[in-house]
Design a protein around this ligand. Structure first.
Ligand code: NAD
Length: 334
């Protein structure tokens, strides 16, 4: 049997949704994981505690290790110290959320751009194996055509999208200028267990479980690639050994692109088919349509997402039912 090489992996934002799953998988695969996260109170800290505990449990059940460091990616000294011990850096920390970025753009710049630069400087100086950062479909802005491929113009329509674009441009520039192996994965609406409680899917599931109709903002014809967390984690895992995407941004989307009202209907039908759907006014900062062309991911990373929305939603609903006691109150108050 082939022996697995143990890596030292720094996961920033590892107390968050995607970083939490990444850290958990790395620890389960017997790698040594260090999580850097400032437990930003953007949403309830209970979820972050569950993410940390999932990583710790994975390490206990494997030959891996898991260490949580409470700290900030804006702290260049701390970042430099942590990167010095790492083979790989998976940078998931960010001030997330399109709508709140409209209220406080400077914070998005400080965390998402300056924080990324701190990591890139340290990675360049330490000569690490690879820097993998979470980018976003928000970098594209208004679509000139769909699905977005990576050549589509990038004209973000929110400070959040602008900050993610600046961060990934720095990562690609560091790859070019300093030969730093760096990849930006542009995620398209990721969902699954322990997801942020203020996302549409958790909201729809919670309301349906309580006999309340799901609320849709706008007419529900907005489309999204809802990408199941396990597919996103698989794409990240590939980058432990695959160098074909170095210096590039790569879309990570789903198998099927659907309208929000179709999503709401699917969830409603799986939980309580008698419920109606309710429509309210939509928010301007939200993208009307996002749809990923994933040819580049397929070509460079062998990306092959295997969760349809029906399967992903069914898995999420199962998890929700098992964790309803602690998760549902957080969705209700978000
Ligand atoms: P999340 O908010 O759950 O996780 C982000 C984590 O970063 C949080 O735990 C937070 O405490 C931490 N963090 C925030 N500011 C920090 C700072 N200054 N220093 C250290 N840690 C800090 O968000 P998520 O959904 O897991 O997103 C992870 C990444 O993926 C982000 O970069 C986000 O922009 C990107 N992304 C997510 C989605 C999605 O659908 N969830 C879509 C596109 C892109």
């Amino acid at each position: 049997m082939a022996t697995v090489q143990i890596m030292q992996i720094l996961v920033t934002g590892g107390a968050g949704f995607i970083g939490g799953h990444l850290a958990q998988r790395f620890a389960a695969d017997s790698h040594d994981v260090v999580v850097l996260d400032n437990r930003d109170p953007f949403y309830d800290l209970d979820i972050k505690q569950h993410n940390i505990e999932a990583g710790q449990a994975a390490a206990r059940n494997s030959d891996g290790s898991y260490e949580f460091i409470e700290g900030d990616v804006r702290d260049a000294e701390l970042v430099t110290d942590l990167v010095a011990d790492a083979d790989y850096v998976y940078h998931q920390a960010a001030q997330a959320g399109v709508r709140p970025s409209v209220q406080n753009p400077r914070k998005y710049d400080e965390v998402n751009v300056d924080g990324t630069l701190n990591l890139l400087d340290a990675c360049r100086d330490e000569g690490i194996e690879r820097f993998v950062m979470a980018s976003s479909s928000s970098v594209y802005g208004k679509p000139e055509y769909l699905p977005y491929d990576e050549q589509h113009p990038t004209t973000p329509v929110s400070p959040y999208g602008a900050s993610k674009l600046a961060a990934e441009r720095y990562a690609c520039a560091y790859s070019e200028v300093y030969d730093l192996p760096a990849v930006a994965l542009r995620y398209f609406t990721v969902y699954g267990p322990r997801m942020r409680p203020n996302m549409a899917i958790s909201n729809f599931v919670s309301r349906c479980h309580n006999g309340e109709p799901p609320v849709i903002y706008g007419d529900g014809t907005q489309t999204r690639d809802f990408t199941y967390i396990e597919d996103v984690i698989d794409a990240n895992m590939t980058l432990l050994h695959e160098d074909a995407a170095d210096g590039k941004a790569v879309n990570i989307g789903s198998t099927d692109n659907i309208e929000i009202k179709t999503l709401a209907t699917e969830i409603r039908d799986q939980i309580d088919p008698d419920l109606d759907l309710v429509y309210e006014e939509r928010h301007d900062a939200d993208a009307e349509h996002t749809h990923a062309a994933t040819d580049r991911a397929e070509e460079l990373l062998g990306y092959d997402p295997d969760h349809t929305i029906r399967e992903g939603v069914a898995k999420f609903i199962d998890w929700y039912r098992d964790n309803r006691d602690w998760y549902e109150p957080l969705v209700r108050q978000s």
